[in-house]
Design a protein around this ligand. Structure first.
Ligand code: NDP
Length: 283
């Protein structure tokens, strides 16, 4: 293997230690950041994510409030809870764990979260602010990827960056952040023609598809930086990314592993956004 592995888990530890110092200092000024996490139903993966978020809160000294609602909760009841949390001064960030049960319209619920407490940065107001480059919160996964890239000392200016995936939570905001760093950005998706050729142009390739190990060394230019966002569970229970780590790590210059790459960074950025929301509440 020739690539340097970007271990998000390690970088996360370092950032969480930095955030703890920040929290300790703002607590001394009488401000204790608080994050409300709302989970509806019994999806096991969501349960794991929520527990990891609570653990991260403990680690950095953020107060966490969990609201575990039954599967049959109505959209109206969920919106009422969000509105109560919007008014609660001890809550600075509100996170509604997705996916929600089918009978609840996710978009309508997310729209009700006050933009100043929207620590996932999913509200159209915050997405708009990211577009114009004047933002308070960044969506956690793209923000985590940027931290990994910056802390590895990788310069993006003028680089050809290719993002595979155009979701509102990963692909689109990721592309915008790369653009803000003066990269030349191409966004690919399921209808992209000649995907291999487009990917082979990339100095930096960000893969957010959701299909196990679909990207192998044939898609990668030698020396490229490869960021694997995908999290896929195989039938035998093993977690893998969208990138075939074994073959791609032979030719890439940097690569993120799955697990232990982008995933831990995502939760750490949620902590960062919550602290920012607490600070903004005093402005
Ligand atoms: P979505 O399903 O919303 O988006 C997937 C994107 O991939 C779509 O734009 C789709 O194109 C595109 N796509 C699908 N198949 C292909 C293909 N064969 N070739 C090219 N493009 C394709 O997923 P998300 O963005 O929400 O998540 C992507 C992955 O990242 C998932 O594995 C998810 O679990 C993981 N994830 C990881 C996080 C982390 O913290 N590490 C956080 C969030 C997500 P089209 O638009 O045309 O359908």
């Amino acid at each position: 293997m020739s690539a340097v592995v970007l271990y998000g888990r390690e970088v996360s530890k370092q950032i969480r230690a930095e955030l703890k110092v920040e929290v300790d200092s703002i607590k001394k000024m009488g401000l204790h950041p608080g994050l409300a996490v709302v989970i509806v139903g019994n999806d096991p993966a969501s349960r794991v994510y929520v527990n990891n978020k609570k653990k991260a809160c403990e680690e950095v000294g953020i107060r966490s409030f969990e609201y575990a609602l039954p599967e049959e909760t109505s959209e109206h009841e969920l919106i009422q809870l969000v509105e109560t949390l919007n008014e609660d001064e001890s809550v600075h960030g509100i996170l509604v764990q997705l996916p929600l049960p089918k009978h609840i319209n996710e978009e309508r619920v997310l729209l009700k979260i006050s933009p100043v407490k929207d620590v996932d940065a999913f509200h159209p107001f915050n997405i708009g602010k990211i577009m114009i480059g004047n933002y308070d919160f960044l969506p956690c996964t793209p923000a985590g990827i940027m931290e990994l890239i910056h802390r590895a000392g990788i310069c993006l200016e003028g680089k050809e960056c290719v993002v595979i995936g155009r979701s509102n939570i990963v692909g689109k905001p990721m592309s915008m952040l790369l653009l803000h760093d003066n990269a030349t950005v191409t966004i690919c998706h399921s209808r992209t023609k000649n995907l291999k050729d487009v990917c082979k142009r990339a100095d930096v390739l960000v893969v957010a598809i959701g299909k196990p190990e679909i990207i192998d060394a044939d898609y990668v230019k030698p020396g490229a930086v490869v960021i694997d966002v995908g999290i896929n569970r195989l039938p035998d229970g093993k977690l893998v990314g969208d990138v075939n780590f074994e073959s791609v790590s032979e030719i890439a210059s940097y690569i993120t592993p799955v697990p232990g790459g982008v995933g831990p960074m995502t939760i750490t950025m949620l902590m960062k956004n919550t602290i920012k929301a607490a600070q903004l509440s005093k402005e």
